[in-house]
Design a protein around this ligand. Structure first.
Ligand code: KIV
Length: 273
């Protein structure tokens, strides 16, 4: 990647994601919240980077996504944007920044776009946030929807269990997905729902559907990068595949460093001026 001139890099656009769906090419998406991780993911060729409000859990150690603020999301998003040359960068509208009314939603989305340089926003919910989605889209800001397990509503759900297993909730999800598409959203995330329902929605919608814990039939997949890299080994839901054990790698590196410092092995002659 570093040998390629910046102007030669073809940036991923919402239009390209749509074409990928038509071609049957799966879309890869991971979260990043800081410059260094975003640079690694972008250089590896990830299609979409999500500056998720999961930063509230992963970066700040909160139990839920609710505490993270709009200012904090903008800080994370700006750091990611400075690193990215190719991927499409989508930023979560945090809890409390869009539910009040559509003017507030538009103001929040504009702040994210203006202050971070992000390419799109993601928003949780369906019919109940329709006015906000329309208002944001009317300003020319691309919107990704998010249905199924929407973590900002965890206190309403009461648990992180699989959503839409009953027909009433499945029906609402189908309707909400169609509504988000009809409003003009460029994509929708489906989180932790039965694979059969995700398949049905993905086949029905023209826009790309990205799944997390939603089975193999969606148009793309998203995971939290810290989970799939094994940085946080305590979180092991069934849908998660871990591709590395960075917790062990980092632990071993740090314990070796401590030993080397204590034993006066570090720094050696070659590591001095
Ligand atoms: O905040 C986040 O990381 C997300 C993904 C889990 C989709 O919304």
């Amino acid at each position: 990647m570093s040998s390629i001139h910046k102007s030669e890099i073809k940036k991923v656009t919402t239009h390209q994601l749509q074409e990928m769906k038509y071609r049957g090419e799966k879309i890869s998406m991971l979260t990043a919240y800081d410059f260094s991780m975003a640079r690694l993911l972008d250089a590896a060729g990830i299609d979409v980077i999500l500056v998720g409000d999961s930063a509230s859990n992963v970066m700040a150690g909160h139990e839920t996504t609710l505490p993270i603020t709009l200012d904090q999301m903008i800080y994370h998003a700006s750091s990611v944007i400075r690193a990215v040359e190719r991927a499409l960068v989508v930023v979560d509208l945090p809890f409390g920044s869009y539910q009040g009314n559509s003017s507030e939603a538009l103001r929040s989305a504009i702040r994210i776009m203006k202050e971070s340089g992000a390419h799109a926003v993601k928003i949780e919910g369906g019919l109940e946030i329709k006015e906000s989605v329309l208002r944001i889209l009317s300003a020319g800001i691309p919107v990704m929807g998010h249905l199924g397990l929407t973590p900002q509503s965890i206190y309403k759900f009461g648990t992180y269990a699989v959503r839409a297993q009953e027909e009433v909730e499945a029906k609402k999800l189908r309707e909400d997905a169609k509504l988000l598409q009809d409003c003009g959203c460029f994509s929708v995330v489906l989180e932790k729902i039965p694979s059969s329902l995700a398949k049905e929605v993905s086949e029905h919608l023209q826009i790309p559907v990205i799944g997390i814990g939603a089975g193999p039939h969606t148009d793309g997949q998203v995971l939290v990068s810290h989970d799939m890299l094994g940085i946080n080994n305590e979180f092991k839901p069934r849908f998660l595949r871990t591709y590395a054990n960075l917790q062990e790698v980092i632990h071993n590196a740090v314990t070796q460093y401590i030993k080397d410092v204590k034993s006066n092995d570090f720094p050696n002659q070659n590591e001095c001026y």
